[in-house]
Design a protein around this ligand. Structure first.
Ligand SMILES: [Zn+2]
Length: 284
């Protein structure tokens, strides 16, 4: 086994042309970080992968990972148990999620910030940013049935779209205001920008460089049987919902590049012009 790990490490060093030592492998040879360039996007449970499970999500057969009692989709989106059915159960709504039902009524997000959440100003700053730039308004919840609770989590994660009941944005201490802006994007119903159905026109996904267990993060929403739409104008390289080129890299080589092979960052400073246009088209 030692020999295998060593061979693996040497292979990575040769490929990535960076300085590399065996100290960068942990005991199991799992958490490989051979290059400072490897990065990670938002995760519900950092560095944890779970059992891959299949279920029906509003009639569509999808896969997710079971981690810590949660159904994790695309690393930082959590699927609600009541929306998942085992076996061949087809929900009465028919196939595919109705887009209208996954949107917050009246462009209004009711929310609660858990009093024990450290640094709640990152939530208020993210909310202020969304309100200043889009049609969405955030109102502290009183008795509404559908609302989002911002609370402490093991990573940064959120349920995607309006659920009609209690849903969450989970924030570890390391989740920034920019990460919170990203997670609220999921709350409002956004997928990751690189999972657009037409993304192969704009980017190349190098699946061979992706950390084992994270491959599904790089599938399009159609490949994952999820409902969705591609907003006009093509993939937005400035979207706050985009992964960076080195996110979830196993070997320090890019997981996603532009078609010309060049790399890009997944900015978390704030909404792009296109992010704003998409949300305002979903919530006119
Ligand atoms: Zn995300």
């Amino acid at each position: 086994m030692e020999k295998l790990i060593f061979t693996f490490a040497v292979g990575i060093c040769a490929l990535s042309l960076v300085s590399c030592s065996s100290e960068q492998l942990d005991k199991e040879g799992q958490s490989v970080a051979p290059s400072a360039k490897a990065s990670r996007a938002e995760e519900a449970f950092p560095n944890q992968r779970g059992e891959v499970k299949t279920a029906y999500f509003f009639g569509q057969k999808i896969q997710y990972q079971q981690i810590g009692g949660e159904a994790v989709f695309d690393s930082d989106m959590l699927l609600l148990p009541q929306d998942l059915e085992e076996g061949s159960g087809i929900k009465t709504q028919g196939t595919g999620r109705s887009k209208a039902s996954s949107r917050w009524p009246n462009k209004t997000v009711y929310y609660v910030i858990d009093p024990s959440l450290p640094n709640p100003s990152r939530v208020m700053d993210a909310i202020t940013h969304w309100e200043a730039n889009t049609n969405i308004q955030f109102v502290p919840r009183t008795t509404q049935r559908g609302y989002v609770l911002f609370r402490t989590g093991s990573g940064c994660s959120a349920n995607v779209g309006y659920s009609g009941g209690l849903q969450y944005v989970n924030l570890a201490s390391g989740c920034s205001t920019g990460n919170t802006i990203h997670e609220i994007g999921h709350t409002l119903g956004l997928w990751h920008e690189h999972t657009r159905a037409d993304r192969d026109t704009y980017v190349t996904v190098n699946m061979g460089n992706v950390l084992s267990g994270y491959e599904s993060n790089f599938y399009t929403y159609t490949q994952q049987n999820m409902d969705g739409f591609d907003y006009q104008g093509g993939l937005d390289f400035n979207s706050v919902m985009l992964y960076g080129s080195y996110d979830f890299s196993a070997n320090g080589l890019p997981t996603i590049t532009r078609k010309d092979g060049s790399t890009f960052t997944g900015q978390r400073n704030g909404l792009s012009g296109t992010d704003i246009s998409i949300i305002n088209s979903m919530y006119p």
